[in-house]
Design a protein around this ligand. Structure first.
Ligand code: HEC
Ligand code: HEC
Length: 221
């Protein structure tokens, strides 16, 4: 449904976004290279005072994200991903990819380009700290089948609980529709996320594997 965001809506959202006082200003400290952002997030997380300031900035910047990604990063739309509990390095990497057009989604590309490095750090800190509200699976038999497939083919990278680490995405509790859509895109070599390590991992998946694994993964906490 939300494949295309009307331009008018995008404009409203972006202008709303730019009215946040902290966001329109240039960063005071020298602008760091985006590749340093991961290291900077770690430093922020290790320092309580910096964490608090960054979290606050991030929670303000995230207000505009809530329109689609939900309050505190728990999306209520099946084809829009949760950002809650996501690994900060993964969030930063996806923001980088959107901002340079490596990952394609027109609306996100424009929005992320407008963010300052400090906002990106704050956003990563804020969403990573939110709890994912996992919904129990509606179909246990489907999820059980998916578990067997997951353990054999996915666990090595995404972990036993599906929480990933660093650049390995957290997929536990992710929206079912988004998981299905994303796995099919990887498998079919869609141009929206090219060159991912996920391409070989999904090559042999049938539509049934995709729906069982999505049911299982979305039920993980
Ligand atoms: C108008 C709706 C909308 C708004 C507002 C929005 N997003 Fe998104 N975002 C999406 C959709 C849809 C996707 C999934 C794109 C796809 O299918 O690949 C997405 C994907 C993402 C992803 C990748 C998630 C993943 O699991 O790979 C990140 C990170 C992200 N958005 C961050 C943000 C941030 C930060 C904001 C606010 C500054 C924001 N988004 C605002 C619709 C939105
Ligand atoms: C070799 C390691 C590896 C294996 C095996 C692997 N993944 Fe991934 N996966 C990744 C990495 C790294 C990413 C980060 C995104 C990217 O590079 O596209 C990712 C991303 C994803 C995403 C996108 C998350 C998001 O929020 O958009 C999903 C869904 C996913 N993997 C599911 C799976 C499933 C299901 C399996 C098993 C069939 C699997 N992965 C096997 C490494 C792996």
């Amino acid at each position: 449904m939300t494949k295309r965001i009307p331009v008018a809506l995008a404009t409203v959202l972006v202008s709303m976004f730019l009215t946040f006082p902290a966001l329109g200003q240039p960063a005071k400290d020298a602008a760091p290279a985006s590749t340093d952002l991961g290291a900077r997030v770690k430093a922020v997380q290790a320092n309580p005072a910096q964490f608090e300031a960054s979290y606050k900035l991030g929670s303000k910047a995230a207000a505009v994200c809530a329109f689609c990604h939900g309050d505190n990063g728990n999306s209520v739309k099946s084809d829009i991903p949760n950002l809650a509990g996501q690994n900060p390095a993964y969030l930063l990497e996806q923001m980088r990819q959107f901002s340079v057009g490596e990952r394609r989604y027109e609306f996100m590309e424009g929005l992320i380009k407008a963010l300052k490095p400090e906002d990106k750090i704050g956003i990563a800190v804020f969403f990573a700290s939110q709890e994912v509200q996992t919904k129990p699976t509606a179909n246990t038999a489907l999820a059980d089948k998916g578990k067997a497939y997951y353990v054999k083919n996915c666990l090595a990278c995404h972990g036993e609980q599906g929480r990933g680490s660093e650049g390995f995405a957290r997929i536990a509790g992710q929206q079912t529709g988004y998981l299905t859509l994303t796995l099919k895109r990887y498998r079919d070599g869609s141009s929206v996320r090219q060159g991912s390590v996920m391409a070989p991992s999904t090559k042999a998946m049938t539509d049934e594997d995709i729906s069982t694994v999505s049911a299982y993964v979305s039920s993980l906490k």
